[in-house]
Design a protein around this ligand. Structure first.
Ligand code: PHE
Length: 472
């Protein structure tokens, strides 16, 4: 199988594809809101430290594991552990996690698509009316949008790694950068914009408590697409002559810059018409921001640029989010696709159909759990709260398992695969890595405090989400 394995055509292609995975709804909406509410510049600093000191070594570990084994996550853990039964479990986690995260992410992306279409159809005023969201997500049209979205994503995947994933990233990512910068430049020239920038960037150390630090860590980890098997899979498509440390740094930097720049878009837009706003009152959830709050802000833009201008601005924004979400979804669905091909020897197109079939059903189950189907809406009780099927998928796979997967990758790479082998893989394609400070840091941190921090995040999440008790 490995002889025929496809690889990314160029280093830039890999970097754009991995950055396409990393840049998602988390960067464009969750990050700016979290930064604003949690100490502005002080949060940015903590976040950047987490990205480069904690998450970057984990990304290198995942990429190295993938490239060395030339396999999907299940195969990578199996091969590198020499078939040990216990070490197969993280491989399965690294398969089921992306599979299920894709399901709920698909549903949110369907809503973004719906909002884009509505804006293009001249209906921004309806979107800005509070009740629209609830009606829209419970209307049968979401199924049609789901079909369209899945056709687009699986269409890209069906073209393969180089002609599908890489080519899409090379087209969509530069487009995303240009659209983002265009919106930022426009909004910064508007009245009161600088108040937003000031609020976003002014450091407020008093807000930096343990909870904020914990959230910054979780956000950084999710944003870099770690713990989802994605970087293991993408690593297996990297060429031996390309530098893993160098490429990983480029991906982390791009991801962080996009998140930072998104703040320069969101905050000034909000402050433009609400210079008095207290941003600590902004919704914590990205969905609340995108679908309830931002449409109102976009509509308010009509006072300066007219209804058409405001709709154009909103349409570019929704399109931007859609593009970011599609490149993330492509990467996450590639994980189960690669696994079926590698582990079952299945033909790529057949693997894509099989996975799409199951994901379609599960995504529908999520989509109808906002009221359309009663028992899925009130699916379970967790820590005294009624959670829907959608909430449950998000709770288990996104909140709980991600840090656990990260912890297992660190332990596996350092203690089972062994430091020396990992180090050799990092030096392959990057001779200057040998003897560098980065090398010493990566080798030391991955075997010591990084797994410890991930363990703390994991324990705290379980205590908080399942037992209603947070340590931090
Ligand atoms: N990094 C993505 C984000 O910030 C997370 C993600 C990756 C989600 C892949 C889904 C699929 O939104």
């Amino acid at each position: 199988m490995s002889a025929a394995r496809e690889h990314f055509g160029s280093r830039l292609g890999f970097i754009l594809a991995a950055a396409g995975s990393a840049v998602g709804i988390g960067n464009l909406v969750a990050f700016p809101v979290a930064a604003t509410k949690s100490g502005g510049g002080a949060f940015l600093l903590v976040y950047a430290l987490f990205v480069f000191l904690i998450c970057l070594p984990v990304m290198m570990a995942e990429l190295a594991l993938g490239r060395q084994s030339d396999k999907d996550p299940v195969g990578a853990y199996r091969q590198v552990s020499g078939g040990s039964i216990g070490w197969r479990i993280p491989g399965w986690f690294a398969l089921i996690t992306p599979f299920m995260i894709a399901v709920f992410y698909l549903v949110v992306t369907v809503w973004v698509l719906g909002y884009l279409v509505a804006t293009l159809g001249g209906n921004l005023d309806q979107l800005a009316a509070g009740e629209h969201f609830g009606q829209f997500i419970n209307s049968p049209i979401v199924f049609a949008y789901l079909v369209v979205l899945m056709l687009a994503i699986n269409g890209i995947l069906a073209m393969g790694v180089k002609d599908g994933i890489e080519r899409a990233a090379k087209t969509l990512m530069p487009m995303l950068f240009v659209m983002l910068l265009g919106l930022v430049v426009f909004v910064l020239t508007q009245e009161n914009a600088m108040l937003g920038v000031k609020y976003y960037l002014t450091p407020d150390l008093s807000k930096l408590n343990a909870e904020v630090v914990n959230n910054a860590m979780a956000q950084a980890f999710f944003s870099l697409s770690l713990g989802m098997g994605i970087m293991i899979t993408y690593g297996s498509y990297m060429k031996k002559r390309d530098s893993i440390p160098g490429s990983a740094k480029a991906v982390a930097l791009t991801d962080t810059l996009v998140a930072f720049t998104a703040g320069l878009l969101i905050l000034p837009t909000i402050f433009h018409f609400n210079p008095q706003i207290d941003p600590t009152e902004l919704s914590d959830s990205s969905a609340g921001m995108i679908f309830l709050f931002l449409p109102k802000i976009f509509l308010a833009l009509q006072e300066s640029i007219g209804y058409f201008g405001a709709s154009a601005f909103a349409a570019v924004f929704f399109f931007l989010v859609l593009v970011a979400a599609i490149t993330s979804l492509v990467s996450i669905i590639e994980v189960p696709v690669a696994t079926l091909c590698d582990e079952r020897g299945m033909e790529r197109k057949k693997a894509i159909y099989s996975i799409a079939g199951v994901q379609f059903i599960l995504a529908i189950a999520c989509a109808v759990s906002f009221g359309m189907v009663g028992w899925l809406t009130e699916f379970m009780q967790v820590a005294g709260n009624t959670v829907s099927f959608f909430d449950l998928v998000e709770l288990i796979f996104y909140s709980t398992i991600l840090p656990l997967n990260g912890l297992l990758v660190c332990l596996f790479v350092i203690y089972k695969w062994k430091r020396a082998n990992f180090d050799r893989e990092l030096q392959e394609g990057d001779p200057s890595f040998a003897g560098s400070l980065s090398q010493k840091y990566v080798n030391f941190s991955l075997g010591t405090f990084i797994p410890l921090i991930l363990l703390l995040v994991f324990i705290n999440t379980v205590a908080e989400k399942y037992f209603g008790h947070s340590f931090f």
